[in-house]
Write a protein that binds this ligand. Structure first.
Ligand SMILES: C[S@@+](CC[C@H](N)C(=O)[O-])C[C@H]1O[C@@H](n2cnc3c(N)ncnc32)[C@H](O)[C@@H]1O
Length: 273
């Protein structure tokens, strides 16, 4: 087979989402269960909200983990989320929150690549790798344009994405790692959990294939987490050429350097004058 050296880059910049892009968010109860201990980012986003004020726009608000924390800290939040399953779960969580907290959160079904809220915000946030669901340059440009249009004068944009991990990107995609037992929070089914990593060097999309093998002997089923990888200087260039000035670009939520120990890239930016 010969390699096509004249690939249409325009097409690559605008092609549709990968087929399993949002699989990971279909089972919102399991999602909440799987990430129930993840809190690394809470203090950072609360600190941003305290510094820049509300109302805050959260992109890809999921089941309301961050929006609820900000509302509990007294801030008004609008969260935009694409998956009805996640929104339904957010509604359940909100229903259990005190009335005053609930009243501060507005949920909107929508795509962060086509924001049109008719409102501006002193702070826009994209917590927990949300921007890794922007798979093409066109996706990134549309999202960043939306953020710029929804920022109030002097407003800030804060988000985090994973630092690409060379180990995960060079693994054999047919090999599954990390077997452990999990109990599904609603079906109560016990399964062995394992992950394989499939990296596409062309699109820079890393697909984490999660295999659940029921302990009662049923057939395995699979979930996929499909994340675009952003290298630090690529992220810097994308922000710069889409009209942003970077104020902070760290390797963690408390100002860690971007080095071999870093897991996330934490960014604070504002529109360039
Ligand atoms: C990893 S979760 C993070 C949820 C939440 N921000 C948090 O920190 O818990 C990513 C969320 O982004 C949502 N999402 C992905 N692509 C989106 C898009 N184009 N527009 C709106 N939401 C999107 C997913 O459905 C998912 O709920």
């Amino acid at each position: 087979m010969t390699r096509d050296a004249t690939k249409d880059v325009t097409k690559a910049a605008t092609k549709p989402d990968p087929p399993h892009a949002l699989d990971h968010y279909r089972d919102a109860a399991y999602y909440d269960h799987a990430y129930r201990r993840y809190r690394d980012d809470l203090a950072f986003y609360v600190e941003m909200a305290t510094a820049f004020g509300g109302p805050i726009l959260e992109l890809g608000g999921g089941t309301g983990r961050i929006s609820l924390a900000l509302a509990r800290a007294g801030h008004e939040v609008v969260m935009v989320e694409r998956m009805p399953s996640m929104l339904a779960r957010a509604a359940r969580r909100l229903a259990k929150a005190p009335r005053a907290v609930r009243a501060r959160v507005t949920t909107r079904e929508g795509d962060l690549r086509a924001l049109a809220l008719g409102q501006t915000f002193p702070l826009v946030i994209g917590p927990f790798n949300v921007l890794q669901h922007l798979y093409t340059r066109d996706d990134v440009e549309r999202a960043l344009r939306g953020v710029r249009e929804h920022l109030a004068p002097g407003g800030r944009f804060a988000f985090d994405v994973l630092l690409p991990e060379p180990g995960a990107m060079s693994r054999d995609p047919s090999r599954f790692y990390k077997n452990r037992a999990i109990l599904h929070p609603t079906t109560r089914q016990r399964s062995d959990y394992a992950e394989a990593f499939d990296y596409d060097h062309d699109t820079q999309i890393l697909t984490t294939v999660i295999r659940f093998t029921p302990r009662d002997g049923g057939a395995p089923h699979y979930d996929r987490l499909t994340q675009r990888q952003f290298f630090p200087r690529e992220l810097e260039a994308l922000l710069h050429y889409n009209g942003f000035e970077i104020l902070r670009h760290d390797g963690g939520f408390t100002g860690e350097p971007i080095d071999e120990l870093a897991e996330s890239q934490v960014v604070l930016a504002r529109p360039r004058p």
